[in-house]
Structure formats: structure tokens, C-alpha cells
Design a protein around this ligand. Structure first.
Ligand code: NAP
Length: 248
């Protein structure tokens, strides 16, 4: 039987911070990444990369690796892995905690329009505006590639063969955290008239929302997927305390 360990499903700043904190609990920590992009930073614990092969395979992994508890610290919009984690923990009878950033809240001066999904965001932009900044991740780019109704400025972390060419727009490549002054300069330079965003909740990517407020630009905000049915915390400290409890 493998040595008992904790599993943290990662890919977020909070996940890295939790893995670093959990390394002090005296039990091995396995940090898991989907492996689509090269991570900016990885914690100094065992790191595994790539999908598990679905919920049933994840349940097998939990048993084989003698995982005592799982923290799903993936991004709020990574709905598939969160659902897989819920199913796998149920099947393998492992405790599961969801660690997720609290969503950003509208402030005076914000002009947000809430939409249900990426397609609705694109179509709302096309009806109302002309030059749109989109920073919703590379997988969403197929939605914008052939759409000529707006000019799209799409920010993704890095170039790659998976990125479709934009027939009316351009890519910028950058990795957060982003500063307000830089976001203001980017939006001004490209004469952006609206921003499409997910409600990530992270301070690292909030500057574009503050910049839109300062420039009185609308933000088309894509709703978060429904949260999985699992206990949820919003801070590393609370997740760490939960893990400590599980270890008795
Ligand atoms: P997703 O749609 O929920 O997951 C798709 C598949 O990728 C999962 O079924 C799983 O494959 C694999 N996977 C995802 N996260 C994994 C992890 N941490 N460890 C091992 N396998 C994982 O996820 P996504 O939206 O593509 O996001 C991929 C990763 O990027 C996530 O870990 C997330 O934290 C991070 N991220 C996502 C966003 C976003 O906007 N969605 C933003 C920033 C960071 P199998 O079914 O084969 O196990």
C-alpha cells in the first residue's frame, strides 16, 4: 500500500499557496495539473501532470495512491474536473474540499452585464460594441476566430498550435499578475470599447476590471458555473485548517 498522501487539484495561485502551506503538515502532498500550459510556479511537493482519464479513473487513483483527502483548488470555471473530483471522492469515500476565490463584486462606477456563457458574451459584444478585449482563456478562442462582427484583442498566456487565427483581431501574450497602469495602457492603445471576462475572483487578474471602471467601459461578465456539492472555503488558511482536521 502506498504511503498516505494528500491530493491538491491545482492550476491556480490559491492552489500553489495551499500546496506550499500543506507541505508543513507532515504528510506527502501531490499537486496535480492538467498540463496544458507551462506553469509559472509549482510548489516544492510531488507534481503530476495531465488528466486522470475521467471520474472513475480518478477514483482508482485515489485508492492506489492512498489519498486521505482531496482539495479541489482548480479555477472556478474548470467545471469538468470539479465534477469529476466530486464523483471520484464519493466513489472512493474520500473527503473533498473545494477551495475557490470569492467572486469579484460590482463597485460604484462598474458597468457589468452578466451573461450565461462565452457564446452569449460574444453575441452581446457583437450587438453593442466594436473593439473588445477578451481574456477568457485559450480554449474559448474558437468562439471568436471567425467572428468579424467586432475587432477582438485576445490575451492568452503563450502562443501555441492550438490557437486559431483571428480573422478580425489580434493576440497579445502575457501572464499575470497584471498591473492597473499596464491594463489602462493596453485598453487605450487598442481603443477598446468593452471587456469580456470571467469572474475569476483573483487579485492577479483584477486590474482589467479596475481599468474598465476607470475608462467607463462595459464589462461583459460570464457567469460562474454552478458550484459542486462539496464543502467550500475561500482562503488558504481555511483550507489548511480543514486538512489539519482531517489528519486528526
Ligand atoms: P476542465 O474543463 O474542468 O477539465 C478538463 C479535463 O482536464 C478534466 O476532465 C481532466 O481530465 C483535466 N484536468 C483539469 N484540471 C486538472 C488538474 N488540476 N489535474 C489533472 N487533470 C486536470 O478544466 P479547464 O477549464 O480546461 O482547466 C484546466 C486547468 O487549468 C485546471 O486545472 C484549472 O485550475 C486551470 N485554469 C483554468 C482556467 C479556466 O478559465 N477554465 C483558468 C485558469 C486556470 P481527465 O478527465 O482526463 O481527468
Amino acid at each position: 500500500m502506498a504511503e498516505p498522501a494528500l491530493l491538491i487539484l491545482g492550476g491556480t495561485t490559491l492552489a500553489v499557496a495551499l500546496a506550499r502551506a500543506a507541505a508543513g503538515l507532515g504528510i506527502p502532498v501531490i499537486y496535480s495539473l492538467a498540463g496544458r500550459t507551462r506553469p509559472k510556479s509549482v510548489p516544492d511537493v510531488a507534481v503530476r501532470m495531465g488528466g486522470f482519464g475521467g471520474a472513475a479513473a480518478l477514483a482508482d487513483y485515489l485508492r492506489q495512491k492512498n489519498i486521505l483527502a482531496v482539495v479541489d483548488a482548480t479555477h472556478a470555471y474548470a467545471a469538468q474536473i470539479s465534477e469529476n473530483a466530486r464523483l471520484a471522492c464519493h466513489a472512493a469515500r474520500r473527503p473533498l474540499l473545494r477551495l475557490q476565490e470569492a467572486p469579484w463584486r460590482q463597485m460604484p462606477g462598474d458597468h457589468w452585464q452578466q451573461v450565461a456563457n462565452m457564446t452569449a458574451a460574444r453575441d452581446t459584444a457583437a450587438k453593442t460594441t466594436a473593439r473588445v478585449f477578451v481574456s477568457t482563456g485559450r480554449q474559448a478562442m474558437t468562439e471568436f476566430a471567425d467572428d468579424r462582427r467586432c475587432w477582438w484583442l485576445a490575451r492568452v498566456i503563450a502562443p501555441g498550435a492550438d490557437l486559431p487565427a483571428l480573422s478580425n483581431g489580434q493576440y497579445v501574450f502575457a501572464r499575470g499578475p497584471f498591473e492597473l497602469a499596464d491594463e489602462l495602457a493596453l485598453l487605450r492603445e487598442h481603443r477598446i470599447s468593452a471587456v469580456i471576462s470571467k469572474n475569476a475572483g483573483s487579485t492577479a487578474t483584477y486590474a482589467k476590471i479596475a481599468a474598465a471602471r476607470e475608462l467607463s467601459l462595459p464589462v461583459i461578465m460570464i457567469a460562474r458555473p454552478d458550484a459542486v456539492a462539496a464543502p467550500m472555503v475561500e482562503t488558504v488558511a481555511n483550507a489548511h485548517a480543514w486538512l489539519k482536521d482531517r489528519l486528526g
